[in-house]
Ligand binder design. Sequence first.
Ligand SMILES: [Zn+2]
Length: 169
Amino acid sequence: MTEREGAAGKTVINEMQTVIRYEELAAAAIQARQRAYAPYSRFLVGAALLDSEGRIWMGCNVENASYPAGSCAERNAVCKAVSEGARDFSAIAICGAPQDAENSGEFPECPPCGICRQVMREFGRPEMEIVLVKSEREYRVLTLAELLPESFGPDHLGGGDPACVNSGR
Ligand SMILES: [Zn+2]
């Protein structure tokens, strides 16, 4: 069970079993952020995506001299996972902040952009958890349904469960 704090910027305290998993995800997002390629914005983002089998897929933002060709950390993590056969995701931790932000000892919360929320919607269930990382021990947990209410998804096209398409399940 997750205990949520409604006010922005507050830390969520979870039951011990969940804390360990979230902390592992948070640490992976912080680690992924260090690989970000963001020479133009100098805003480094890391994401750690947890699939239904317990595997963690890491992604970072990758910018490009042709700006629109760049891609977000969250989407890169999803694309990496899907291209390796994973399609069912239960959580994603995100850590994003300007370069050198780690020197302050804590990151500001970095919610996913609208495009990434839509990409998560394609593979994530409404209860998929979005973990906004401030440090390995401090984070806030929201659900995809909270971040993208009344959303449009594969079900609207009658495509069934995208986690099962072409997967042999
Ligand atoms: Zn994004």
